[in-house]
Write a protein that binds this ligand. Structure first.
Ligand code: ASP
Ligand code: MG
Length: 412
């Protein structure tokens, strides 16, 4: 039997009624002849509640216990989904990560899947079950402890199962009906894309589009998993949603596929650091050791052997960055005049594989922002994206203006 993976996010299993709706969709695919692997998230809000309980009990928690606790939301929905399907006369069995087993690294709260042996679930299909419901987001470490894959991790569970079982497709059911050119809440002209290339989706996901966990897109790209994002609240059809696929499978596409943004960015400037070999290594090693995720980096031209080094990081890591730099300054390893934190910035990016072969995208982006009177603070580019830091209060304006200028409301 061909295998199909269907993943239901938190809003799609938020109530018993919604679980029933989701189960009906599973029933439709079973009737078509698929053996179905269903991956479920916790009911929406549940994981946040569990994380809250952990923090309240023990702010410096043991990550092994954090995982034991926050993984539990998915266990509930997996069991409920199995019961719901059984009530519909569909033979189904639930699986927790360790039972499959979903083997992961021991990096608690941020574990990576290493292997998914297929024997147990295949045996269950062979024994007549048509559906295996797997608790997403969780696995088991080599030490035999429960692990979790990081927030949003059940997307990654789903793609990993699709790869391990050579599934025909991996359908991600969520509360939006696909991937949009930008967030429709910010830009009313945002358009749903029929298809988007893995690389574009990877950029959009890592730049702040929250529909898919970045890691899941990486996996889908590596294993060429056909990934579809669609709404669990609409009627099923083979054409629904957005297909995330190889760029060869997309006939026509706009130069710019989408505009992404993230609001919680901070711009940090180390004023007057020595301009000599090794200084950047010192700074960014200290930041990385402190767990700061540095994104953009700009070094100014130097004057009399001193320079300014600017970098961006998430706003909630500013204190950690400041502490790391203060420690290094006290220890005499990094010398600087001051560290200026600008916490009112946001990142806006345009993404598209068409940029590989089209020039002028950056120029156009900068002209659009300039026409709106928006100052650009930092710029970075890759082969398929251009990102700028701007004042946070201009995010909506910037996104709308760029969406208009690149005519993203029109399909190619
Ligand atoms: N329930 C987990 C979370 O909220 C995993 C997921 O839903 O993907 O992060
Ligand atoms: Mg999610």
């Amino acid at each position: 039997m061909p295998v199909l993976v269907m993943k239901f996010g938190g809003t799609s299993v938020a109530t018993l009624d919604r679980i029933r709706r989701a189960a009906k969709k599973v029933g439709v695919e079973v009737a078509k002849g698929y053996d179905v692997i269903v991956i479920v998230s916790a009911m929406s809000g549940k994981t946040n509640e569990l994380v809250g309980w952990v923090n309240e009990t023990s702010p410096m928690y043991d990550a092994r216990e954090y995982d034991a606790i926050v993984s539990s939301g998915e266990n509930v929905t997996a069991g409920l989904m199995a019961l719901t399907l059984q009530e519909m006369d569909v033979s189904a069995r639930s699986w927790q990560g360790w039972q499959v087993p979903v083997q992961t690294t021991s990096a608690h709260a941020a574990a990576r899947i290493e292997a998914i042996p297929s024997d147990n679930i295949l045996a269950s299909f062979a024994a007549g079950h048509r559906v295996a419901i797997v608790a997403g987001f969780q696995g088991v470490s080599p030490e035999g402890r429960i692990t979790t894959l990081g927030r949003g991790g059940s997307d990654t569970t789903a793609v990993a199962f699709a790869a391990a079982f050579a599934a025909e497709r991996c359908d991600i059911y969520t509360d939006v009906d696909g991937i949009y050119t930008t967030d429709p809440r910010v830009c009313s002209k945002a358009r749903r894309l029929d298809r988007i290339a893995f690389e574009e989706m990877l950029e959009l996901a890592s730049l702040g589009a929250k529909v898919l966990q970045t890691r899941s897109v990486e996996l889908a790209m590596r294993y060429k998993v056909k990934l579809r994002v669609l709404s669990s609240f609409e009627e099923q059809s083979d054409e629904a949603g957005t297909l995330v696929c190889d760029e060869e499978e997309i006939m026509e596409s706009n130069v710019v596929a989408g505009v992404a943004f993230s609001r919680d960015e901070a711009k940090m400037t180390l004023v007057s650091v020595a301009d000599r070999p090794g200084i950047a290594a010192l700074i960014f090693t200290a930041l990385s050791d402190a767990g700061v995720n540095v994104d953009m980096i700009v070094q100014n031209i130097s004057e009399e052997g001193r320079t300014d080094m600017t970098f961006s990081c998430p706003t909630d890591q500013v204190m950690r960055a400041e502490a790391a730099m203060a420690t290094a300054k006290d220890a005499g390893t990094i010398n600087f005049a001051e560290l200026i934190a600008d916490i009112d910035v946001a990142k806006v990016s345009v993404v598209g594989i068409g940029m590989r072969s089209h020039t002028g995208v950056a120029a156009k982006m900068f002209q659009v922002l300039s026409a709106e009177g928006i100052n650009i603070k930092v710029i970075t580019t890759s082969e398929i994206k251009i990102s700028v830091l701007i004042d946070r209060k201009y995010v909506e304006l910037a996104v709308q203006a760029l969406h208009d200028a690149f005519e993203l409301e029109k399909a190619a």
